[in-house]
Design a protein around this ligand. Structure first.
Ligand SMILES: N[C@@H](CCC(=O)N[C@@H](CS)C(=O)NCC(=O)O)C(=O)O
Length: 318
């Protein structure tokens, strides 16, 4: 792995490793603008073919953006480029030069956006082709933009963050993000036993809590799908395939939690979602890229998973 230091890619990011043995996720540096026009600030323009999305099919954060692009009918309006699953010394790379500049690596986009950039080179990246800049590299913000900003162009007014539910959704995100979404990474990238055990306990406490909630309602906020569900989905769908083994999140599998199992199938079976899930990229990325965790780089063949199986979640719907 590597990162950008003052606009230059450095392959060895080990010298910035945390001494406390814990995984600390660096905050994203490019933040989504609002659609309203504040003087002097970048304004998001609601235009077709102005923006380009860069994702990894392996990455749960990028997967959120892909799901919202699909759900909101943005595929024609916002083209996408997918990076290769292996993230090695040069970071994310493209299998063929990307379409805008012919770049071979994602760090070149960060360098173009900010020649003095210091930080991680992460996906997803939402790029503005006209201003030649990164609009945003924070998935939580990209999905909010996708949820509503382009409604006028697509005619799709499906709302996964309805105003009346803001506080409920925010409350759920506030424990799902640290406990589960980031929680699996805190287990996997811990370098001290105690840090791992703490993350493990927090992760399964949060999963137990969600399992309990889902015994009483179909989705995280009542019986309609919201942003909170899609944010959880991208972690759950990877859980049994990679987090149980590779990240040592192995108290039990999602397959051992009946409500979460049905819930995961329910979300997976929503129109268009299955085609956003790519287990080849997911397994190749994690097992091959993280040499410190899996030095042989052997990618397991299993487990056999079938998210198309029936579920009993419709029993909650009115
Ligand atoms: N907060 C960011 C996190 C994105 C992120 O960490 N993506 C990972 C892939 S799953 C990445 O690109 N990591 C590269 C690195 O940290 O060097 C978001 O949600 O968009």
């Amino acid at each position: 792995m590597g990162m950008m230091i003052h606009g230059v890619w450095e392959t060895d990011d080990g010298k910035w490793a945390a001494k406390d043995g814990k995984f600390h996720r660096a905050p994203s540096k490019f933040h989504c603008p609002s659609t309203s026009n504040e003087t002097g600030k970048y304004e998001l323009k609601v235009e077709a073919d102005r923006y380009h999305l860069y994702v990894s099919l392996a990455c749960p954060w990028a997967h959120r953006a892909l799901i919202f692009r699909k759900l909101k009918g943005l595929e024609e309006i916002i083209p996408v480029t997918v990076v290769q699953p292996h993230m090695l010394d040069q970071g994310w790379q493209f299998s063929e030069p990307e379409p805008l500049y012919g770049f071979t690596h994602a760090h070149q986009l960060y360098g173009k956006a900010d020649p003095h950039y210091t930080g991680r080179v992460t996906v997803p990246i939402l790029w503005d082709k006209k201003e030649e800049r990164i609009v945003c590299n924070e998935s939580a913000e990209i999905i909010r933009i996708f949820n509503s900003a382009f409604n006028g162009l697509t005619g799709n007014s499906d709302d996964y963050y309805p105003e009346a539910l803001h506080s409920e959704i925010d409350l759920i995100n506030a424990f799902v993000y640290p406990g589960i979404n980031n929680g699996v990474y805190k287990c996997g990238f811990a370098t001290l036993q105690q840090a791992y055990e703490e993350a493990f306990d927090n992760l399964f406490a949060a999963l137990d809590k969600v399992e309990g909630m889902l015994s009483e309602q179909r989705y995280l906020v009542g019986n309609r799908i919201t942003e909170a569900d899609w944010r959880l989905f991208t972690t759950l769908i990877r859980f049994d395939a990679v987090y149980v083994g590779h990240f040592k999140c192995n108290r039990n599998r999602i397959a051992d939690m009946p409500n979460l199992t049905g819930y995961l199938r329910d979300l997976y079976q929503q129109p268009g979602i299955a085609e956003t899930v790519d287990f080849e990229h997911i397994k190749e990325h994690y097992y091959y890229s993280h040499e410190s965790i899996n030095p042989t780089r052997i990618v397991p063949k299993g487990p056999a998973l079938d998210f198309g199986l029936p579920h009993d979640r419709a029993r909650f719907s009115s």
